[in-house]
Design a protein. Structure first.
Length: 363
């Protein structure tokens, strides 16, 4: 308990959070930081202002925070925990800790961020939802910020496909922002996670959102921007992605729309133009293959998420011997129309191939 108290004290200060990773790398443990003298901390290259902040939070009472964490059934994952996402841990300004509602899983290393304008158009909403759905079918986790507009559409696309999605908040986890996304937040928790680095009770202040955007890009292999004005926060996320050595993608918009100005500018600056999930996958193939080699098979399901009916039919197929719909129908005792519908869904997930004569094999 004492250990988590020290982590929470460090997270109380914006200044300490900004240099938190460097502090942990130097001292290895929060307890050692608080036990060290001001002279020793300065000798390791940290400024006096940071030392003063450490002194200020050292005796802070975090019992109320601990009580709220327990009451809200929130999990704390620190920078030193094995559950901490490896991709996020690798960035320079990795958060000291994450407040987590839901569950972070090993397969979330295959994540794509989809972000964009709150003032989105019908075109932008449909584009974000379609991309999210297509990527989810292929087994990717969708990361976004649960804001109105494009973020909401991205989360919904993943949820509709039965895939995983992670929402990164710019406030404490005990606050749902925007309020109308309460139901969406609950759905995300069941099919992924809602996370934040901010202490509970932190209001959704404007300056919090640019800070949290580095986490959205940090969790992801690449960031897709769908509709963004010149001053859009989505462009901040894209810039973070570039600084972190991640890929940046953009969906072209209408040339007379203000929310196309930002996306078109990053396209001019070299972002990859995206019309479908295939454009993203083509660019990320080398990274995906590299990650797959490093993972244990039990840590990552190589197939997209399948419901029981899909799994039953998929298990009957092979890559070498095609089967007819009627043949499969008899084996699973489903009507042919239902079997064909399920096979079509497996086709969309790119794990089944349709041959001439309504025959099917594993892809």
């Amino acid at each position: 308990m004492r250990d988590i108290e020290d982590w929470l004290k460090l997270s109380l200060s914006i200044q300490i959070r900004a240099e938190g990773k460097a502090l942990i790398e130097s001292f290895k443990n929060p307890a050692y930081i608080f036990k060290s003298s001001s002279k020793e901390i300065i000798a390791r290259g940290f400024k006096r202002k940071l030392v003063e902040e450490l002194q200020r939070v050292k005796d802070c009472d975090v019992s109320k925070e601990l009580s709220l964490i327990k009451k809200n059934k929130i999990k704390i994952i620190t920078l030193l925990d094995k559950e901490y996402p490896a991709a996020l841990k690798s960035i320079a300004a990795a958060p000291l800790l994450l407040y987590v509602h839901g569950e972070l899983l090993p397969q979330d290393c295959f994540a794509i961020a989809i972000v964009g304008s709150r003032l989105s158009s019908f075109y932008g909403i449909k584009a974000a939802e379609r991309l999210s759905r297509e990527l989810s079918y292929r087994g990717f986790t969708i990361v976004s910020g649960m804001a109105r507009g494009i973020d909401t559409a991205a989360h919904k696309g993943a949820l509709k496909s039965g895939g995983r999605t992670i929402a990164v908040l710019g406030c404490g986890l005990d606050i749902v922002y925007p309020r109308e996304n309460k139901k969406l937040s609950d759905e995300i928790i069941r099919q992924g996670a809602v996370i934040s680095e901010f202490p509970l009770g932190t209001a959704p202040e404007k300056f919090n959102f640019p800070i949290r955007n580095r986490i959205i890009s940090g969790l992801s292999l690449g960031t897709v921007v769908v509709e963004a004005g010149k001053q859009s926060g989505a462009l901040i996320t894209a810039n973070y992605a570039l600084d972190q050595g991640k890929e940046v993608f953009a969906v072209p918009g209408h040339i007379d729309s203000p929310t196309s100005q930002g996306t078109h500018q990053i396209l001019k600056d070299g972002a990859k133009l995206v019309e479908s999930a295939d454009d993203i996958l083509e660019e990320l193939q080398p990274i995906i293959k590299s990650h797959l080699k490093e993972l244990k098979k039990e840590d990552f399901p190589l197939l997209p998420r399948l419901n029981p009916q899909e799994e039953k039919i998929y298990n009957l197929l092979s890559a070498s011997r095609p089967k007819y719909v009627d043949e499969i129908s008899k084996e699973v005792a489903f009507p042919p129309s239902q079997v064909l519908s399920i096979l079509s869904m497996l086709e969309l997930k790119k794990i089944v191939k349709r041959l001439a004569g309504q025959r099917f094999v594993r892809n």
